[in-house]
Design a protein around this ligand. Structure first.
Ligand code: SF4
Ligand code: SF4
Length: 311
């Protein structure tokens, strides 16, 4: 009786070990995401043919924007505004500080007043950790001052210092000022500089005159022109994946075949602004998560699971 009990205990001990060993050589049902690619996603994009009124089946993941077909009509934005307001129509902006030859000479000589204007604006720019956005190809603007004087260019007797290292996508020029530059302009006024809005063509451009002690700077925020035949205003949709519910209504609303949804589902980001995809990052290419580092044991195990497994 006692011997039979021992055998039973031994069986109970060995059975799970055998089961575990057997499963080690079977095809796994799970994948080690993100180390392994996700299988079984459809290859085709979800798209809609407005002329034939037919929706073609496909996975509704990240949007694909064909900038050459987009007319900037905003119909996708309007459709989304009834769902989650994930789409914002945006322009691409450049921010430049302009000055004449005399001021340029003073900057080169390190004149404290001239340097103060540049430093104050730079110190107050709402800069956010840019590395994350660059890696993801996502849309948050990288605003940083290129104080390196080699970056100063001369255009028609005016010297220009470009403030943004990356294109800034924003709904309007005055919104850009409010979001990134208002703090710096306010501080300059506090230091005795006069700040005057001398040109207001918002949403496309605005210009400020900044002056003190005979030194004059012009801060210009102007729209970039992509010179596209179908989109003279260079006005495109941008998608916030923190809001999008992947319903596809924006694709259905586009009358110009400019918007589709792709099987790209790797949309996670480390910080909230990384979920906002600008028109360039919505281009028809796959954006995948940066491959995480993997230790040698996991690397071998991943290879083993893929290559030498029994069906
Ligand atoms: S798929 Fe996303 S962006 Fe398009 S309408 Fe739906 S919620 Fe808006
Ligand atoms: S994607 Fe389509 S609906 Fe949206 S702005 Fe461009 S053309 Fe219009």
């Amino acid at each position: 009786m006692h011997k039979a009990g021992n055998m039973s205990a031994l069986k109970d001990l060995l059975r799970p070990m055998f089961t575990g060993l057997k499963l080690l050589f079977q095809k796994p049902y799970t994948i080690k995401y993100p180390y392994e690619e996700m299988p079984n996603l459809p290859e085709t994009n979800y798209r809609y043919d407005p002329k034939a009124s037919i929706a073609y089946p496909g996975y509704k993941g990240r949007h694909v924007l064909y900038m050459d077909k987009c007319t900037g009509c905003s119909l996708c934005d309007i459709a989304c505004s009834y769902v989650s307001e994930a789409i914002t129509m945006v322009y691409a902006f450049e921010v430049k500080l302009q000055f004449d030859e005399r001021v340029y000479g003073m900057i080169k000589q390190g004149n404290p007043t001239a340097i103060e204007a540049i430093d104050t604006l730079a110190a107050n720019i709402s800069d956010i950790n840019s590395e994350v956005y660059q890696k993801r190809g996502a849309s948050h603007p990288l605003m940083c001052l290129l104080i390196d004087l080699k970056q100063v260019t001369k255009v028609e007797n005016q010297y220009q210092l470009r403030f943004n290292a990356d294109t800034i996508w924003e709904h309007s020029s005055d919104l850009l000022v409010e979001r990134y530059l208002r703090g710096g302009l306010g501080e300059l006024e506090g230091k005795g500089w006069s700040v005057e809005l001398i040109e207001d063509k918002s949403p496309e451009s605005v210009m400020y005159k900044i002056e003190r002690d005979g030194l004059t700077f012009f801060l210009s925020i102007s729209k970039s022109d992509f010179k596209l035949t179908n989109n003279k205003k260079s006005y495109f949709p941008q998608v916030d994946y923190g809001r999008c519910v992947f319903c596809g209504l924006c694709v259905d609303a586009c009358p110009f075949y400019a918007l589709e949804m792709s099987p790209d589902v790797e949309l996670s980001a480390l910080e909230r602004p990384g979920l906002v995809y600008n028109p360039i990052s919505l281009a028809p290419k796959k954006i995948s998560t940066v491959q995480p580092s993997i230790n040698p044991i996991d690397a071998f195990y991943g290879w083993f699971r893929r290559k030498i497994r029994w069906e």
